[in-house]
Design a protein around this ligand. Structure first.
Ligand SMILES: Nc1ncnc2c1ncn2[C@@H]1O[C@H](COP(=O)(O)OP(=O)(O)OP(=O)(O)O)[C@@H](O)[C@H]1O
Ligand SMILES: [Mg+2]
Length: 316
């Protein structure tokens, strides 16, 4: 089973108004609500690609029930820890006449120490974990070191006698403090990797050097995403750069999460690192073709795969 962990999921309440006015009530002409969160997006893309996963993390209150119900409606399995606080609701307002978007992101519920213990115990006892993927921001009350603990526990899980593969897609201090726990795969974007190594990275050679540093610290596969420039993969014996075709981009929200899902899709299908990388780029770019918060679909994903250019930088 593939498990996706989101510590601070959200209901994204998205509204469309013709023009935002402050002198009279604004009429909402369209409204849509989604279950949001980085690893939840991974679950959604996996679902679109025909791969089952179970979403884990914290939910609370009515918003938490709504979030779980929405995922179940989409056919995504869940096993959340229920917390005493209320799952956050983010507000996103689209102004149709100008194309402007206003986003208001909530903090999320305080996570109590015993609630964290429940999650750690759940991870220790995961049944049949093949891949565990962790992503997204931290809820209040938890320190960035929590990710290190989660990675450490997840790495102990076994699947058919093999250790679970642990993916991590977090940034800032959370990423920095987790590296020593040696997640198997990380997918920072170029800015997140720049922050991690403490210098601005621009050229591919600079990205490669930084990714190798992180690989030598014990992260088996470092994926560095660079928007339209694709993804660089660095491992001990193989290095590649995969580049997407030029496309008409609708919306890049969730592109990085989709790349994580694409890579996982390759792994569960027993593909090589190079093929997994191609799938990661195809899934990320497939998401940029969709409007609003919609994510990669199978048709675009399959159509894009042969259009990805793979440059082999090193093989052993
Ligand atoms: N403008 C674009 N054109 C084509 N493909 C794109 C574009 N932007 C993103 N992608 C695809 O999505 C992948 C991941 O994008 P990106 O590097 O922006 O991730 P990210 O910054 O982690 O995104 P997120 O906001 O989801 O965390 C890219 O490697 C590429 O395949
Ligand atoms: Mg990202």
């Amino acid at each position: 089973m593939i498990y996706t962990i989101t510590l601070n999921p959200a209901i994204d309440r998205t509204m469309w108004v013709e023009r935002i006015r402050d002198d009279e009530p604004n009429r909402i002409v369209r409204e849509e609500n989604y279950a949001g969160g980085k690893s939840i997006d991974v679950s959604k893309v996996l679902k679109n690609l025909g791969v089952e996963s179970t979403a884990l993390g914290f939910i609370g209150g009515f918003a938490g029930m709504e979030l779980e119900g929405r995922l179940l409606n989409e056919g995504i399995g869940t096993d959340f820890i229920r917390v005493s606080g209320e799952t956050r609701t983010n507000i996103i307002i689209h102004e149709i006449s100008t194309g402007r978007q206003l986003s208001f992101y909530a903090k999320g519920p305080d996570i109590r120490p015993h609630e964290l213990v429940m999650l750690i115990e759940q991870i220790e006892g995961l049944r049949d974990p093949e891949i565990v993927t962790i992503g997204g921001s931290l809820p209040p009350g938890l320190s960035p070191a929590v990710y290190r603990r989660i990675v450490t526990e997840a790495k102990k899980c076994e699947h058919n006698g093999c250790k679970a593969k642990v993916f991590l897609d977090v940034d800032g201090l959370s990423l920095r403090s987790s590296i020593e726990a040696a997640p198997d795969v990380i997918k920072p974007n170029i800015y997140e990797l720049s922050e991690l190594v403490g210098r601005e990275l621009r050229e591919i050679d600079e990205v490669l050097a930084a990714a190798r540093e992180i690989n030598r610290k014990g992260v088996e596969v470092v994926l560095v995403s660079m928007g339209p420039r694709g993804i660089v993969l660095v491992s001990a014996h193989e290095e590649y750069h995969a580049i997407p075709p030029q496309v008409k981009v609708e919306n890049t929200v969730g592109a990085g999460d989709s790349s994580v899902a694409g890579f996982i899709y390759g792994m569960v299908n027993g593909k090589s690192l190079a093929e997994c990388l191609i799938y990661a780029v195809a899934a990320g770019t497939a998401t940029t073709l969709t409007e609003g918060t919609a994510l990669a679909n199978m048709e675009d994903f399959e159509r894009l795969i042969p259009q990805i250019t793979l440059r082999t930088l090193k093989t052993s």
